[in-house]
Design a protein around this ligand. Structure first.
Ligand SMILES: CCCC/C=C/CC(=O)SCCNC(=O)CCNC(=O)[C@H](O)C(C)(C)COP(=O)(O)OP(=O)(O)OC[C@H]1O[C@@H](n2cnc3c(N)ncnc32)[C@H](O)[C@@H]1OP(=O)(O)O
Length: 278
């Protein structure tokens, strides 16, 4: 839940709009530009659980209401943009909890993907699976180089990337590259991601990244927002409409797949390997 707050931070340049009790995100808006920065900050790796997704969802609602001019989605956790979905939401869960979790993910994603204002992912750390989806759902991606990785690694866990993850990636890098990418669970280093068009720009540090973010907004905000948001809707509508049509059916398939004992075993093994890695 958010407490609506308005107070000045960092020399008055940004006003803090919302603060969450658990502080899994931090939000600040530039007074002059009305561009909002949303920092994911759920230690240790910004894995997306129900709580974090719900917070993102609330923020998206508020930003639509307050006629936000732009959103920068980034992370306050060193070296991590987001580790994707929180695997504990999948492991030893029950059908109702899983169903609620998946609905929250679906609704939150839809809000980000269909945001009427321009959105930029400033990818300042690793970004596997649903972390990659968050970035791909923004309008523009700037990623710090050279050490981070991004991609859909679901194949390596033994779970299929959902069709809408895949279609979002296809819309950015094309069908062939997406197919190879998801079937092999490929994670791309920053320069590789740039080479296949998964991201738009790289930056060697945060200062350069911020300057590129500002240039992006300068270019895009110069034009009337209504026509831009209509064109964005047209570009994304085929994915959105299919998603809306299949949303409930998909949730049922996910539940069936995840609750299967074989899948549970795969998640357990993957999780243990993660925790025991040296
Ligand atoms: C049909 C169903 C479709 C389902 C679709 C799912 C999409 C998804 O998003 S599934 C999630 C996929 N995510 C991953 O596979 C990421 C796994 N994590 C990593 O690769 C690394 O943790 C990292 C590169 C993000 C960070 O590496 P780093 O060395 O900095 O940290 P670690 O020591 O690996 O991790 C610290 C801590 O965090 C736990 N953890 C990591 N990722 C997750 C996660 N996704 N969910 C829950 N917990 C996670 C990790 O086990 C460590 O825990 P301990 O400190 O207890 O050992």
């Amino acid at each position: 839940m958010y407490h609506l707050k308005k107070f000045n931070v960092t020399s008055g340049k940004y006003r803090k709009l919302f603060s969450s009790v658990a502080k899994v995100i931090d939000v600040s808006t530039d007074d002059k530009t009305n561009i909002t920065r949303v920092y994911l900050q759920r230690p240790p790796v910004n894995s997306l659980n129900s709580h974090l997704l719900t917070e993102i969802s609330y923020i998206m609602d508020d930003l639509e209401k307050t006629k936000c001019k732009g959103l920068v989605l980034t992370s306050n956790i060193v070296n991590i943009f987001s580790a994707g979905l929180d695997l504990t939401e999948f492991y030893k869960t029950d059908i109702q909890k899983l169903s609620n979790f998946w609905t929250t993910l679906q609704n939150t994603w839809l809000k980000l993907y269909t945001a009427t204002f321009p959105t930029v992912a400033l990818i300042n750390g690793h970004s596997p699976a649903a972390g990659c989806l968050l970035a791909l759902s923004c309008d523009y991606r700037i990623m710090l180089s050279p050490h981070y990785t991004i991609g859909f690694n679901e194949a390596k866990i033994g779970i299929p990337a959902p069709f809408w993850f895949i279609e979002v990636m296809q819309s950015i890098i094309g069908s062939r590259k997406t197919e190879l990418s998801v079937l092999t669970g490929q994670m791309y280093k920053t320069d590789e991601a740039l080479a296949i068009g998964l991201i738009d720009e790289t930056a060697i540090n945060l200062t350069e990244a911020e300057s590129k973010v500002n240039s992006f907004f300068k270019n895009i905000i110069a034009f009337p927002g209504k026509s831009r948001s209509l064109m964005k809707k047209d570009c994304r509508d085929h994915i959105v409409q299919k998603f809306l049509l299949k949303k409930d059916e998909e949730r049922e398939l996910v539940i069936e797949f995840i609750m299967n004992p074989k899948t549970q075993k795969n998640i357990e093994l993957y999780f243990k390997a993660l925790q025991n890695k040296v």
